[in-house]
Ligand binder design. Structure first.
Ligand SMILES: [Zn+2]
Length: 303
């Protein structure tokens, strides 16, 4: 093994799979509604659950209701409550102390994800190593002709490279203090070039390309692919990046793009994590009666 390799090809393939799995799970895993597990019943203090009320064959609506069937708290429509949760989140995420807490936590998460990817990177740096890694990532390629131009290990390496790039770009944009290093714009550009090619060829079947355009056309596609990915992997050897624009704010998160009440269930997990920053050490209590225009009340957490 060469000095710069911490992992064997087998270990690198395994960590690459795990890294991608934990990355995508963090985004999507099992939260259907933003208030789930966060809101408590004003009457009995129990955590509220989301229940579906069937209103005929064409319409069903979702409500937050108390998990205790003996409690007198009625069901409250998710859309109305989510509107209040969004207002609360927007208001709090403009406060400097909340923004600072959000920034520190998000940076720590990004640093951890980026650090976990680093030992895999040397396996992507040159074509010979990429081939060794590929054999572990998608062994079936050695038995069958890959179906499309981006099947098998190409698929893994492309998503690993672009997902890691997105994290590094997000990190550079999130840091509040001025940074030294290369402009993150170069990284964005290299990622974009690779993505354009991915979009062009990911549906092309290799066998068809060979039959219709010839062996040389297929070779050209493969060379282009190698060239564009090499460009990105080369840049990813750098560790210091800087972004010259204003630092990212929590309200720029994609989870805030659409109105929560209009799109319940969309990015619920990410919305809930923003709500958690907004909430800090407090708890949210939901009551059936409207008090000063809202049903949601913020109370200090009882430990
Ligand atoms: Zn209750």
């Amino acid at each position: 093994m060469t000095a710069d390799l911490e992992l064997t090809a087998r270990e690198a393939a395994k960590s690459l799979r795990n890294w991608r799995k934990s990355n995508t799970e963090a985004d999507t895993r099992g939260v259907a509604h933003v208030g789930e597990g966060v809101l408590r019943c004003a009457l009995c203090g129990t955590t509220l659950v989301v229940a579906q009320e069937d209103k005929g064959w064409y319409a069903a609506s979702f409500s937050y209701s108390c998990a205790d069937p003996g409690c007198g708290q009625g069901a409250l429509p998710v859309a109305e409550v989510d509107r209040e949760l969004e207002e609360f989140t927007r208001r709090r995420l403009k406060e400097p102390a909340v923004v600072a807490a959000w920034r520190a936590t998000r940076l720590a998460e990004l640093d951890e994800q980026i650090a976990d990817a680093r030992p895999i990177l040397p396996w992507c740096w040159d074509q010979r190593r990429r081939r060794q890694l590929s054999r572990r990532l998608a062994p079936s390629e050695w038995l069958f002709t890959p179906y499309t131009c981006t099947s098998g290990s190409r698929h893994y390496l492309y998503f690993f490279g672009t997902e890691l790039t997105d994290l590094i770009v997000e990190r550079a944009r999130t840091v509040a203090e001025p940074q030294r290093g290369r402009s993150v714009g170069e990284l964005v550009q290299a990622e974009r070039e690779w993505t354009y090619l991915w979009l062009d060829i990911h549906r092309l079947k290799r066998r068809q390309v060979r039959r219709m355009l010839g062996r040389r056309a297929l070779q050209e596609i493969d060379d282009d692919w190698e060239q564009r990915q090499t460009r990105l992997w080369d840049l990813l050897k750098e560790t210091d990046w800087q972004y010259s624009g204003p630092a990212r704010q929590p309200l720029e998160d994609r989870a805030m793009d659409q109105e929560w009440s209009q799109s319940p269930g969309v990015m619920a997990r990410q919305r809930r994590s923003l709500l958690a920053y907004a909430l800090g050490d407090n708890q949210l209590v939901l009551s059936a009666t409207v008090d000063a225009g809202s049903r949601v009340r913020v109370v200090p957490a009882v430990s």
